[in-house]
Design a protein around this ligand. Structure first.
Ligand code: ATP
Ligand code: SF4
Ligand code: MG
Length: 318
């Protein structure tokens, strides 16, 4: 059985009597226990909103689940009230929020931040012992010293390790890390990626890793879910050749594939904005193989199991 099953999930901003502003439409994904999934897509494609639906914080952005299902090991997360979320958030689902580097409370020591996370994740625990254990787990040396420090006294990489320690304090089944390496330099990024792999290996945690970096997720994840303008367009096993024209274009624009001296390949145009989605496939205006039927009807759904694709003309894509 899947650990996480998201089916036809639509997220939007309710607007009273007016039609809600849809931000994510008919998203579907399945995650096995211990699986590591990369979630990629251009800015504004709905990655963070999808993540927020897994920890019950959509409302803080004025958003809500409009339809669809989210099931975490038998628990319905799509119809969970705030009281029930308190038993899930931090305990069953850990979260490293986007911009977590700016996130740690600047006036709280690391010990105080970990204490909060530990009491939320595993009430009744010996807090100081668990705090040291968590810092050890995220491979922070000299934990005693770090515990007394404030976030501004730590490097970006160390701060991110502390945020990850807070997110796994309750030994969740699922860890959602929203762009945990953005803003860090390349070697520090590699260390954080290795840490996530170690956590998965040691604790069996399933991980959703949000990133803009296709090469990075290809390297560390088992599978990649690609979003474009609020829709899931491809679910592709890592290192498999992509089949959706958008993923193919993302793959071709990878910086490490650029020829020395040659201009970088980019994807022409911009994704359509929320509230301004055209009918049919939302990639059509940017797609070099678009056909007349691509702009008709609803957005094409993901089709397929191990390698799912939402393109209507996969045979033309190469
Ligand atoms: N309260 C809101 N009202 C209107 N639009 C919103 C609201 N919150 C988010 N959006 C829009 O929803 C879209 C998806 O936002 P989201 O933060 O999920 O994108 P993302 O894929 O995480 O982007 P990034 O890579 O920049 O983090 C964006 O276009 C955003 O502007
Ligand atoms: S459905 Fe049509 S427009 Fe969309 S990616 Fe496939 S070929 Fe391109
Ligand atoms: Mg985001």
């Amino acid at each position: 059985m899947s650990l996480l099953d998201i089916a036809d999930l639509t997220i939007g901003i309710p607007r009273g009597r007016a039609t809600p502003l849809v931000i994510v439409e008919n998203a579907s994904l399945r995650l096995q226990p211990g699986e590591m999934l990369g979630l990629i897509g251009e800015s504004g494609s709905g990655k963070t909103m999808l993540c927020r639906s897994l920890i019950g914080t959509l409302r803080r952005r004025g958003a809500a689940i409009l339809s669809g299902r989210i099931t975490l090991a038998g628990t319905d997360l799509a119809h969970t009230d705030e009281h029930a979320w308190r038993d899930i958030r931090g305990r069953r689902v850990g979260y490293v929020p986007q911009s977590a580097l700016a996130g740690p409370n600047p006036v709280m020591t690391i010990a105080a931040q970990l204490r909060e996370a530990i009491l939320q994740g595993t009430p009744g625990t010996d807090v100081p012992a668990r705090a040291r254990e968590l810092l050890d787990l995220v491979q922070i040396r000299r934990p005693e010293r770090v515990l007394d420090q404030y976030p501004h006294q730590l490097s970006g990489g160390m701060r991110q390790r502390v945020m990850i320690a807070c997110a796994i304090a309750g030994t969740p089944e699922l860890l959602v890390a929203d762009e945990p390496t953005t803003g860090l330099d390349v070697t520090v990024q590699a260390g954080i990626m290795q840490l996530l792999r170690d956590i998965r290996a040691r604790l069996g945690t399933a991980i959703i890793l949000v990133s803009h970096d296709l090469a990075l997720v290809d390297d560390v994840c088992d599978r990649i879910l690609v979003m474009h303008a609020g829709a899931c367009v491809e679910s592709v096993p890592a290192n498999a050749a992509p089949r959706h024209p958008y993923t193919i274009a993302l793959n071709r624009s990878r910086i490490e594939l650029a020829e020395p001296g040659a201009p970088l390949l980019t994807i022409a145009g911009q994704p359509p904005s929320v509230g301004d989605w055209p009918p049919g496939c939302r990639f059509a205006a940017r797609c070099s193989i678009a056909q007349p039927d691509c702009g008709l009807g609803p957005h094409p759904p993901l089709r397929g199991e191990a390698h799912a694709n939402a393109c209507l003309h996969p045979e033309r894509a190469a």
